[in-house]
Design a protein around this ligand. Structure first.
Ligand SMILES: [Mg+2]
Length: 374
């Protein structure tokens, strides 16, 4: 390429990032099948027993052929596949393998953001291998996992986290999919909106009701329209629909909370408007919890008055929350303990903390209950 256009681009465009999303294939069951040869080639699930109220935490690909998926009740799983083999989870071992995988990642880059025991983002724009092609780096990582750990991983390569994550899922198991920057726009345009980061069933429904089925459909609306409909999240969706996702890869970040907030264009006194905003925020928080597969023990409400005084109110409920309705109910009770409505409000926010992963044993009080369920 020669000429002014290509030269100008060098100055106009930030360097393209190279992100890899690595996702182990059927992680818990693959570890079990690796370590116990009698389980190989058989439908296996790791999880609770069908006699109890247990659920499937991980299903082998042989079991998936029967339609068995994680989070399915063990009872239902055994009904669709009577020969199904149940294995009790050994999280200490999975954690150990996860640590070994992590050390392979860290040989490549320090910018590793784990999402769970078996999944991580890696930023490899610059890397310890001094390799320019992210595709080669992904191949290298997959080969090391296969050769050293005797497990398979799928990987997605793209210019941002959103693209890399979708790509890693396209050719599972043992697949590698690369979406180069010049293909991103078309690739994203054809995705159903359900694939967009943070879009759960409720938001998908609201998008469908406006005639938006595919991510590309979002592009026909101006960003301000999307923001009017969906708040701050609408702006993000608009960016995603163009394949833009600036979220950094944050090393060692463990999901400790999920939150959303809205700053009003004009300070608000009207309680109905505050309630409507809290409803939107609850929906947003609920969907990111669903996406993260976490439940929350504590809901925190943040209120900033027009004079910038900021306060938070929080409540830890006995039950673990994920639905928008349950989050909203707590937020509405918390806002009663503020002067919102009497004093003009500039910003409200809701966050969910004390996150609980239903597939992991907890070091906290609920570990016993989880053991019982398994
Ligand atoms: Mg996985």
């Amino acid at each position: 390429m020669t000429g002014r256009l290509s030269r100008n681009r060098l100055f106009d465009v930030a360097p393209v990032r190279k992100i890899i999303h690595v996702d182990m294939d059927a992680f818990y069951t693959s570890v079990e099948q690796r370590d116990r040869p009698e389980l190989r080639g058989k439908p296996v699930v790791v999880g609770g027993s069908p006699e109890g109220r247990g659920v499937v935490a991980s299903a082998s690909y042989e079991a998936r052929r029967f339609g068995i998926r994680s989070a399915m009740s063990a009872r239902r799983a055994i009904r669709v596949c009577p020969n199904l083999i149940f294995v009790r989870p050994d999280f200490a071992r999975y954690k150990e393998v996860s640590r070994q995988i992590r050390s392979i990642f860290l040989d490549v880059t320090d910018l590793v953001e784990p999402l769970s025991l078996d999944e991580a983002y890696l930023e490899v724009t610059t890397n310890k291998l001094l390799e320019r092609l992210a595709t080669k780096i992904a191949q290298h990582i997959r080969a090391r996992i296969r050769d050293e750990l005797h497990l398979t991983a799928s990987a997605g390569v793209g210019p941002n986290k959103f693209i890399a994550k979708i790509a890693s899922d396209l050719k599972k198991p043992d697949g590698l999919v690369v979406i180069p920057p010049e293909k991103v726009f078309d690739f994203v345009g054809s995705l159903p909106v359900e694939k967009l980061w943070g879009v759960g069933p409720a938001t998908a429904q609201r998008l469908h009701s406006r005639g938006i089925q595919k991510a590309g459909d979002i592009r026909q609306f101006p960003i301000n329209q999307m923001e009017h409909w969906f708040g701050r999240f609408g702006r993000f969706l608009h960016q995603l629909s163009h394949g833009i996702d600036d979220r950094p890869v944050s090393p060692d970040r463990v999901a400790k909370s999920r939150g959303a907030e809205t700053t009003f264009a004009q300070d608000v006194r009207d309680k109905n408007q505050l309630t409507a905003t809290l409803k939107d925020l609850s929906l947003e928080v609920s969907e990111s919890l669903q996406r993260l597969e976490r439940l929350a023990r504590t809901i925190v409400l943040k209120v900033r008055y027009s004079d910038f005084t900021t306060l938070t109110r929080s409540r830890t409920t006995g039950e673990k929350l994920q639905s928008a309705e349950s989050i909203l109910a707590v937020a509405l009770s918390l806002i009663e303990n503020t002067e919102a409505g009497r004093r003009p409000v500039r910003l409200v926010g809701i966050s969910a903390t004390g996150l609980w992963d239903p597939t992991q044993p907890s070091t906290e009080d609920d570990s016993q209950q989880l053991q019982l369920n398994f």
